[in-house]
Write a protein that binds this ligand. Structure first.
Ligand code: ADE
Length: 249
């Protein structure tokens, strides 16, 4: 996969892109290219933004450097994301969808945003990472690329395969423990030592369900609507957890 990030602040990406994506990049599965929009401005002061028509605070990215940068990096006809709080919020489904792409582009804006004609002419897809306002799209782009990179086929080793996640997909993660078995009087739950993998899985599934019911009832509802393919034992646990959590409400 090749991701090209267009930004007025390329320095923000240096160490982050190499560490987050080290594993994907090492295996040659992901190439990230950061393009400085300022390199394409024809303005004699190297300006890439200007004051908004109609007045108001802040500066707006001008069309010329953005159009030229996009053309120079071959973005014509390709999928181009624009990081913006106006877009739909990034979720695992969008990340999985992007992980199927051979190539896509991300434009990062700053200050008050970019001239609307850039978004329209290049048919950009706006994406937000949450209902809060960042100073620019760069951190949002890094979040998006990080979360897509681990979904590229072959990036994760077999030890941490995603198939395990899929049983729980849409649920919050169950609690994890490691050595020592007892630390400062705090014990790891007994069930994890019984060697019965089916029992252990059912316990973990129940923990995931309980956490999701308590903390993110919206996610639990979506999970139930997705009609997960469950074994008889899993179904029993699900019914019990639903009964118990509903009686609390
Ligand atoms: N730019 C500024 N705020 C943002 C957000 N929440 N998501 C994506 N891009 C942004």
């Amino acid at each position: 996969m090749k991701v090209t990030i267009l930004t007025q602040f390329p320095d923000m990406f240096g160490p982050v892109t190499s560490s987050i994506l080290g594993r994907a990049a090492e295996k040659g599965l992901l190439e990230i290219s950061v393009v400085n929009i300022r390199d394409y401005t024809l303005d004699k002061h190297r300006k890439t933004d200007d004051t908004p028509f109609g007045g108001g605070a802040g500066m707006v990215m001008t069309p010329q450097p953005a159009f030229d940068a996009l053309r120079a990096c071959g973005a014509e006809g390709r999928r181009i994301l624009y990081m913006s709080p106006r877009g739909p919020i990034l979720d695992q489904k969008l990340a999985e969808d992007l992980a199927q792409e051979q190539e896509f582009f991300i434009l990062c804006g700053h200050y008050e945003g970019v001239d609307e004609r850039i978004l329209q002419a290049w048919n950009m897809e706006e994406v937000s990472i949450g209902d809060y306002i960042l100073t620019g799209g760069e951190l949002a782009a890094m979040v998006l690329v990080d979360c897509v990179s681990r979904l590229i086929p072959g990036v994760l080793g077999s030890g941490d395969s995603l198939s395990e996640e899929s049983i729980y997909s849409g649920l919050l993660e169950y609690p994890q423990y490691t050595k020592p078995r007892s630390y400062d009087g705090l014990d790891v739950p007994e069930v994890l030592f019984n060697g019965n993998h089916k029992l252990i899985h059912l316990w973990q599934y129940e923990q995931s369900l309980r956490l999701t019911a308590q903390r993110r009832p919206d996610l639990l509802k979506r999970y139930l609507d997705s009609k997960p393919n469950l074994t008889k034992d899993e179904k029993k646990i699900l019914e019990r957890v639903l009964q118990e959590t509903q009686s609390i409400e």
